[in-house]
Design a protein around this ligand. Structure first.
Ligand code: PDD
Length: 292
């Protein structure tokens, strides 16, 4: 051979590891029919997981909230993550974990009795973690639109059509993300990330409620900033007027860490450059992220 064969990634399905193309589930799986499941994405750099315990805790809470009874311990999940990293050659990986309510014999909305959850996990490549340097960081451009998702955005459900449609809106208009706001003109989050503004050196982000996902990057970032103490943080309602007048806008997610936004709806954010507060926060985050 020419040595360039495509290497099929190894995935985990219901207790076994196999090449992606051998992983099969029934079309009667409630994850497929109803989007009835919970998922996680955990970043891993050179085999080191970021925020493993809080990610698994959020997944357990999500399953509790929707009544999926499935009990992998943290050790069992860790073994799945470590095996997938090893079998797929390491590097910068996002580890996707997914538990659906399982495969029923009929399509009926009520939660079935005696059906076993379907467990699936795979890895995908993510960019190298951002370096806290304005000169080399990726600058993001975003649009904005009214948040038309449901009122349970705190649940990390696999039913992502609302998020997918919003992301597509941003993508089609040539942007990297889209910032969402509620009917009162208050920022909620991005279609796949949490959102922040910086004004006069203070980081401001909406409080946790049913309108946003409790991001693990958000959890870690706010904790890291509070412990360091040099950057002030407020969790409170942020109006879109404030967003449009912000000095900086940031987005966070597991695969992006802290993403600096330099353009909103075609207008420059602040002076249109990546901000000094971002640089400081990303440096603190880079230094502290493996402690969770
Ligand atoms: N997205 N809000 C939404 C709607 C999200 O989908 C995500 C994550 C976040 C940030 O959460 P965290 O910091 O825990 O990654 C906020 C993931 C990565 C995804 O769907 O691919």
């Amino acid at each position: 051979t020419d040595g360039l064969e495509f290497v099929m990634s190894i995935v985990f399905l219901n207790g076994s590891y196999m090449p992606m193309d051998e992983a099969k589930i029934s079309p009667m799986d409630r994850g497929f029919l109803f989007g009835d499941g919970i998922y996680e994405v955990i970043p891993s750099y050179d085999g080191k997981l970021v925020g493993f315990a809080p990610h698994i805790e959020r997944m357990d809470q999500g399953m509790d909230l929707i009544g999926i009874k499935f009990g992998y311990s943290q050790d069992e999940w860790r073994a799945v993550c470590e095996n997938l990293i090893e079998k797929n050659g390491g590097g910068n990986l996002g580890i996707y974990l997914h538990v659906s309510r399982g495969t029923d014999s009929k399509r009926f909305h009520a939660y079935p009795e005696g059906v076993e959850a379907t467990v699936f996990a795979f890895v995908f490549e993510i960019p190298a973690a951002p370096v806290a340097d304005k000169a080399v960081a990726k600058a993001y451009k975003v649009s904005s639109t009214e948040d038309l998702r449901w009122k349970r955005c705190n649940i990390k459900s696999t039913a992502l059509l609302g998020n997918v449609m919003h992301f597509q809106q941003g993508y089609e208009s040539g942007n990297n993300e889209i910032i969402l706001y509620n009917a009162d003109g208050e920022m909620t989050e991005g279609s796949a990330c949490n959102a922040y503004i910086v004004k006069d050196g203070v980081v401001i982000t909406p409080p946790l409620d049913h309108q946003i996902l409790p991001g693990i990057t958000r959890l870690m970032l706010l904790d890291i900033l509070a412990k360091d103490g040099s950057v002030k943080v407020e969790e409170r309602i942020v109006t879109m007027d404030e967003v449009r007048n912000a000095d900086e806008i940031w987005l966070t997610s597991s695969s992006k860490e802290i993403a600096p936004v330099v353009e909103l709806d075609g207008q420059p954010v602040g002076d249109g450059q990546i901000g000094a507060t971002w640089e400081k926060a990303q440096a603190l985050y880079s230094a502290g992220k493996y402690n969770y």
